[in-house]
Design a protein around this ligand. Structure first.
Ligand code: MN
Ligand code: MN
Length: 313
């Protein structure tokens, strides 16, 4: 998953993000290892002719088999959609010629591994895929304690524009914390001149997006991904029952598809609508490039230590 850049999260960069991270990083290393394994497994099942819903179910099953839970529903976002697409419960999409972003999040004892890659089944976007991949690689080369967020953004921007594409400027990488997929700092995908420095012990995700469009995304409608944001009292009995089930996701984002395995869809849809209106849930609608340009993404989770460790290698 990805964070939308706005003024508020830029201002957050001053605050420490690592207070609750134990100095023993073993759970973070384990979460990263599981995320990598699941990513490599996903490459064996993501192929033309595969049903998107089977791919999603198998990825999420693999996460559980390896002893973790999903940190968020697997994002399978096609073509001009940058992120936050996940199959609906009765999805009939079959992989064919899509440019597909695969974004996987794993949570192990609260520690999170977040990693993404892009596959191009159209055969037309090899350079676009390479641009975001190289942007991560080039950013990794300059990462150390003291590197500024602006410097990271500049390397990403220069790499992507060097290929003739645009970085998506209003999507960013982010810090990670226990059971929190997005915390400070906000790691930009262009040169924001932000002088905030990486500090020892930070855990961050770098996730550049490259596009053939103008380089901005917008929210669309019909979210399939939600997250609990408040325990406010709920009047409706059925909505309350659904909310009890939602609490099992540990405050992490979840899909309508996951709940539809337990509740009939029409009533579930109504309950989710009520929970949003009541302020209990936040929606994550699919994010689409404003010019409907094609979009590629790559992502790794990193531990900033004396030596930077790629946790999702
Ligand atoms: Mn991600
Ligand atoms: Mn991320």
């Amino acid at each position: 998953m990805v964070i939308l850049l706005n003024k508020n999260n830029k201002d957050n960069n001053d605050k420490e993000n690592t207070k609750s991270i134990n100095k023993d990083y073993s759970d973070w290393i384990k979460a990263g290892e599981i995320a990598s394994k699941v990513r490599e497994f996903s490459k064996t099942i993501i192929k033309p002719g595969a049903r998107l819903i089977d791919v999603a179910d198998q990825i999420e099953l693999k996460i559980r088999e390896l002893g973790a839970i999903s940190a968020f529903p697997v994002n399978l976002s096609h073509d001009s959609f940058a992120a936050h697409c996940t199959p609906i419960s009765e999805d009939e999409t079959v992989l064919d010629k899509q440019l597909l972003k695969v974004d996987i999040g794993v949570c192990y004892n609260g520690a999170i591994g977040d990693t993404a890659y892009t596959v191009d089944f159209s055969g037309n976007h090899a350079k676009l895929v390479e641009a975001s991949k190289k942007a991560v690689e080039n950013a990794l080369k300059i990462l150390k304690i003291g590197t500024t967020l602006g410097e990271i953004g500049k390397v990403i921007e220069d790499t992507i524009t060097g290929y003739g594409f645009q970085p998506i400027r209003n999507l960013s990488g982010h810090g990670l914390d226990l059971f929190k997929i997005h915390t400070a700092p906000t790691v930009p995908n262009y040169d924001t001149k932000d002088n905030t420095m990486l500090e020892k012990g930070m855990i961050i995700a770098i996730e550049p997006f490259a596009t053939t469009g103008g380089g901005r995304i917008r929210d669309t409608t019909h979210a399939e991904i939600f997250m609990k944001i408040s325990d406010k009292p709920i009047r409706d009995v059925f909505a309350r029952t659904v909310f009890e089930e939602i609490k099992t996701f540990e405050g992490l984002p979840f899909s309508r598809r996951a709940l539809a395995k337990k509740f009939p869809l029409p009533r579930l849809n109504l309950a989710l609508r009520q929970l949003i209106l009541n302020g209990n849930l936040q929606e994550y609608p699919p994010l689409q490039e404003v010019n409907q340009g094609m979009v590629s993404q790559h992502e790794h989770t990193l531990l900033i230590e004396d030596e930077v460790i790629v946790l999702t290698k």
